[in-house]
Design a protein around this ligand. Structure first.
Ligand code: IVH
Length: 698
């Protein structure tokens, strides 16, 4: 009996040792595979190792560990699990972007708009904090009980990626905060690499025969998205703090106060900085920073102006995805001269033919550019751009490089104007240029392979379904096989798993990863779903507004169907949604009337769970106004029309432009006219400005 036990123990120990060794080996190969670094073992050898580990684990189930490569197909150790699709993190307070300005007049307008919104008389002081706009990657650092708990990238602003392990390797980021910091504090800022660190990094990369980075921003991005934090640790990343996300208590009353607190707690903040109380002073600061730019140690692409008072910031709130209280004043775009080799025509998702210039590669402000957009046919004709021309290329921030103009003096004698094709280069269907359109469009619809491919690319893209691993190249491959023809096919891809695994370049691991990523997206929010459909003129912001308004896909489909009658109240209601004018409304109605689109949507409904988007009241808000439709009319005395509108929307109400039987409240200011009359006729409840404020504040 005793002997028997001893034997078992010995074999268990041996098995444990072998299993450990196998796990280490598999993790190692997984890592190499992830980084696409040589040498890799063959698939067959990898599988043999894995089978051996499975065998051992079958005989000795006690040896199975949670992170064993056998436990999840494609499972890897912690740091790799994060890397393939870094775990997603929902931001409790969205990470927004900034509106951009290039001209001095835009800055004057910005200050005017803020004053008007707040109804500030000219005698009342309005201060702004101005500081450089760092060209890096925004990140949100969450401290709980004074300890750095989580770091996330911006992502689409609502959902980013968990890069905690990588962020913890950055020396200039405090791992813990002093006791006077709030219990919950999210610090937002920019991860970047200084110019000199960037040069040293590239020297090192070159010496090691590794990838050379185009600019500090790319190097920072590449380093932050490393699979293995040990690699990130070797990269010279830095961090500037400039704003807050969620906080459990207020730490200051001004933006300047936040800056000071961040400094006290050990964060670096962007320099130089100033407080200015007029557009002239803001512009002076902009010029100063522009002139000092060559001596500043990091890349910056402009200056940010922020209303200093946090009370004003709160009142100003947000519009779409940017705060009304801040704006970016960018530096002039970088330009360079090069030769335009060839003009190619790309066909987009909605059939638009876009001319693209293939250029002799040129460095424009630190980035190599070899392609630039020529926008559309009208623009090309207007600028008379031809193949073989010398051209000026411009790059402004993240914007796609564009051709500003040609240099006619350098044009060859035999140069000929570019003849825009009258047929779609992809499917041969007539490409038509409507009178009031700037672009030529392919009439092939979904029979045009380019349109079909672009629609699927859009559907899977980051702001839409965000399917990790379903990139452009793979979509082209799968559509080439006809395994994907319509969006719903993506969710039926599993039936081709075996065939996929046999394909060149597709390992079992990548097939499983892709199929898992697809499964993860079977539940989708209504706004993302609407955006993913790729309706002309319906971007993320409009998709959100539609989702918020209609609240469920079924109700949206029903109501939009009614809109086919342009005299219906449904159509007027659609036009009442902010940002939706007659042209957008028509595109929306046309899209949902299309037979093919109806089939695509029905098919998707079978595959997906679409989460209804209902306006979310924040805890301090009353629920009395959620979903109610209100109309403002007449002159308001206590706040501007815009602020009143923003306030109503923040409380979950919909603000409409005209009174109908769907209106819940009409808020009548001084000298209210026809809308008040109509409200009285329809028996809609009428509130005075004071009634409204009582209701909003209760
Ligand atoms: S304040 C919108 N300050 O620029 C929330 N942003 O183009 C307030 N950025 O996503 C942002 N330097 O990540 C602020 N000094 C600075 C900045 C800055 C760079 C980034 C920010 C934002 C992006 C918008």
């Amino acid at each position: 009996m005793n002997k028997q036990k001893k034997n078992n123990d010995t074999s268990l120990l041996e098995a444990a040792a072998e299993a450990d060794k196998l796990r280490l080996q598999l993790d190692h190969y997984n890592l190499l595979y992830e980084q696409k670094a040589a040498p890799e073992i063959s698939d067959a050898d990898y599988d043999a190792l894995k089978h051996r580990l499975e065998e051992i684990e079958n005989i000795f189930p006690a040896l199975v560990t949670k992170d064993s490569p056998t436990q999840k197909v494609g499972a890897r150790p912690d740091f790799i699990v994060q890397s393939r699709g870094f775990i997603k993190v929902r931001h409790t307070v969205p990470m927004l972007s900034l509106s951009n300005n290039f001209k001095d007049d835009d800055v004057i307008d910005f200050v005017d708009r803020v004053r008007k919104f707040l109804l500030l008389p000219n005698t009342e002081k309005l201060e702004f904090l101005a500081e450089p706009k760092i060209d890096g990657l925004s990140c949100s650092l969450r401290y709980e009980k004074h300890t750095l708990m989580r770091a996330a990238t911006r992502g689409d602003g609502e959902e980013g990626e968990d890069v905690t392990a990588n962020i913890k390797t950055i020396a200039s980021i405090p791992q813990s905060l002093p006791k006077d910091a709030p219990e919950v504090l999210e610090v937002r800022g920019e991860v970047y690499i200084t110019r000199s660190d960037f040069e040293n990094l590239n020297k090192y990369q070159k010496k090691e025969g590794k990838k050379i980075f185009a600019n500090p921003r790319n190097a920072a991005a590449g380093s932050l998205r490393q699979l293995d934090p040990r690699i990130t640790a070797k990269r010279p990343l830095s961090f500037f703090g400039y704003a807050l996300g969620e906080v459990s208590e207020q730490i200051a009353t001004t933006q300047e106060g936040i800056r000071q607190k961040l400094c006290q707690w050990g964060f670096e903040v962007p320099e130089p900085e100033t407080i200015a109380d007029s557009p002239e002073k803001l512009l002076k600061f902009h010029t100063k920073v522009y002139e000092e730019r060559p001596t500043i140690s990091y890349d910056l692409d402009g200056v940010v102006y922020k209303v200093n008072s946090l009370e004003y910031q709160k009142r100003l709130g947000f519009i779409s995805r940017s705060p009304r209280w801040a704006t970016a004043h960018k530096f002039p775009a970088e330009q360079a001269e090069t030769i335009l080799r060839k003009i190619v025509i790309q066909v987009g998702r909605t059939g638009t033919l876009t001319p693209v210039a293939e250029l002799e590669p040129i460095n424009v402000g630190g980035v190599m550019v070899s392609r630039a957009t020529l926008h559309n046919e009208d623009e090309m004709i207007r600028k008379d751009i031809r193949e073989g021309d010398y051209v000026i290329v411009q790059r402004a921030g993240d914007v796609i490089p564009q051709i500003v103009r040609t240099i006619p003096e350098k044009r060859a004698n035999d140069s000929k104007p570019f003849v825009f094709p009258e047929k779609c280069p992809e499917c041969g269907s007539p490409a038509i240029h409507e009178k009031n359109d700037v672009a030529r469009r392919c009439t092939g619809g979904l029979a045009c392979p380019a349109q079909a491919v672009e629609r699927i690319k859009h559907f899977a893209s980051r702001q839409a379904f965000d399917i990790e691993g379903l990139g452009d190249r793979i979509i082209e491959e799968l559509m080439g096989e006809k395994w994907i023809e319509i969006p719903g096919d993506i969710f039926r891809l599993r039936k081709y798993a075996a065939l996929l695994r046999e394909r060149k370049g597709w390992k079992e691991l990548s097939v499983e990863n892709l199929l898992n990523a697809i499964e993860e997206r079977r539940t989708i929010s209504l706004d993302r779903f609407i955006y993913a459909l790729g309706i002309r003129q319906v971007g993320q912001a409009t998709a959100k507004k539609l989702a918020r308004h209609y609240e469920s896909l079924d109700s949206l489909l029903l109501q939009i169907k009614e809109c086919e009658d342009q005299d219906s109240s449904a159509f007027y209601t659609l036009l009442d949604i902010e940002d939706i004018g007659p042209a957008v409304a028509e595109d929306i109605v046309q899209f949902f009337a299309g037979e093919h689109n109806q089939r695509v949507i029905k098919d998707l409904q079978k595959e997906l769970t679409i989460e209804n988007l209902i306006p979310q009241p924040s805890p301090e808000q009353t629920t009395a106004l959620i979903g109610k439709t209100v109309v403002f009319t007449g002159k308001l005395l206590k706040m501007g029309r815009e602020e009143a509108k923003a306030q109503a929307e923040n409380l979950g109400a919909k603000v409409a432009g005209s009174v109908s039987k769907n209106t819940d409240y009409v808020i009548a200011g001084e000298d209210a006219g026809s809308k008040l009359k109509k409200a009285t006729e329809l028996g809609v409840k009428i509130l005075s400005e004071d009634d409204w404020l009582d209701m909003a504040e209760s």
